[in-house]
Design a protein around this ligand. Structure first.
Ligand code: KG4
Ligand code: ZN
Length: 353
């Protein structure tokens, strides 16, 4: 059971894998003493997407203030920490390196252990922290800007990948559709907001991979279908507010339906009774409502962390780190950053896993 696992006491988490610099102090892997997130929406908005070089520069500018704020909000001295957990991958290497270098320096100064956390294992830890009823085995659905994947999560072994996107991630599709509709950055929340005033049946967009068996996803065809629809209507500039809302709602309905169909298929196939949905797109209202309703109809449990723990944050890194430290794992100060790392692998950790 997740809550019975040994946990390190006071852990500072640091997350900087993409465009959020975040720090958090968590007690015993569960009790959130502070959570500070510095977002870069204004930095990247003019470009309609994350610019890696600008992301790492802004991280370097704010990292020490964010970590200091997390410690002072928690009223915890650096010396009192039992460990520091930091995201080592996957993510943008320049962004990761800022958090990583800072975490190493802090661990050296505090003379406490440092532990590397897999970003997606962090997202899954957010669900376990948010929901005490969530016990392995369960189905984990990770839906973010970089990932769309289903995992079987067990208590004693690493999560097993069941299916993933063959091309774009679902969050990436939300971001690209937002751009096509002239809705700015970040796209997911903007599409979701205008979709509330639209008709989800206005445009019958293809349901990605609807006729394909298995648990993989695909979002590039849906994104292209939205681009063609916008072009057919005379381009972004020609769209009325009502048309933008209808296209957004119809896209959102198709994107969510494909997540729900595969989640149900995986639950049945794996004989699981609970699903946890994590990552930025788990903040999506339509997904929360549709999957929640399916769960009630079909008798499976659904866990969504609160929206602030769905998007990137350091609470999840501290919580995942508390468990690793509790198991006696830690990493050296030669720890490196990794842009691509399958879940369950820890290329930064030497020796037996
Ligand atoms: O987990 P996250 O913060 O960063 C990554 O690890 O990628 O996820 C960010 C993604 C972005 O693509 C963003 O547009 C999407 O999550 N997102 C949403 C919503 N809030 C964030 N997508 C749909 N609806 C939302 N409410
Ligand atoms: Zn993430």
């Amino acid at each position: 059971m997740a809550s019975a696992a040994p946990m390190a006491e006071l852990v500072l988490g640091i997350e900087s894998s993409c465009d959020e610099m975040a720090a958090s102090v968590v007690r015993s892997g569960r009790q959130v003493l502070s959570s500070v997130v510095s977002s870069q929406d204004e930095v990247h908005a003019p470009y309609g997407g994350v610019v890696p070089e600008l992301a790492s520069r802004d991280h370097a500018r704010v990292v020490s203030g964010v970590a200091e704020a997390a410690l002072s909000e928690a009223a915890v001295d650096l010396e009192a920490l039992d460990g520091i957990a930091v995201t080592a991958g996957p993510g943008l290497v320049g962004s990761l390196l800022v958090g990583l270098s800072f975490a190493k320096a802090l661990a050296y100064r505090a003379r406490c252990p440092l532990v590397a956390v897999h970003h997606l294992a962090g997202h899954l830890a957010a669900a376990e922290l948010a929901d005490e009823k969530l016990e392995a085995p369960y189905l984990g659905l990770v839906v973010s800007g970089g990932h769309t994947a289903l995992y079987r999560v067990e208590s004693d072994v690493e999560p097993r990948l069941l299916g993933q996107t063959l091309d774009d991630a679902v969050g990436e599709a939300f971001d690209k559709v937002a751009k096509l509709l002239g809705l700015g950055f970040p796209g997911g929340p903007a599409v979701s907001r205008v979709a509330e005033n639209g008709d989800p049946e206005a445009v019958n967009f293809p349901r990605p991979m609807a006729k394909k068996a298995g648990l993989d996803f695909s979002y590039s065809g849906l994104k292209t279908a939205v681009a063609l629809e916008v072009a057919r209507r005379g381009g972004t500039e020609a769209l009325s507010e009502a048309a933008v809302a209808d296209v957004a709602a119809s896209f959102e309905a198709a994107a969510v339906e494909s997540l729900v169909v595969r989640a149900r298929r995986a639950l049945r196939g794996e004989g699981l009774e609970r699903i946890a949905v994590v990552g930025g797109v788990a903040a999506n209202r339509r997904l929360r409502v549709e999957l929640g309703a399916q769960g009630e109809r079909e008798g499976f449990g659904v866990t969504f962390p609160p929206p602030a723990l769905c998007t990137d944050n350091a609470v999840m890194i501290a919580a995942a780190g508390a468990r690793l430290l509790g198991r006696g794992e830690s990493d050296g100060l030669d720890l490196g950053a990794f842009s691509r790392v399958p879940v369950g692998e820890a290329p930064w950790r030497h020796g037996p896993q």
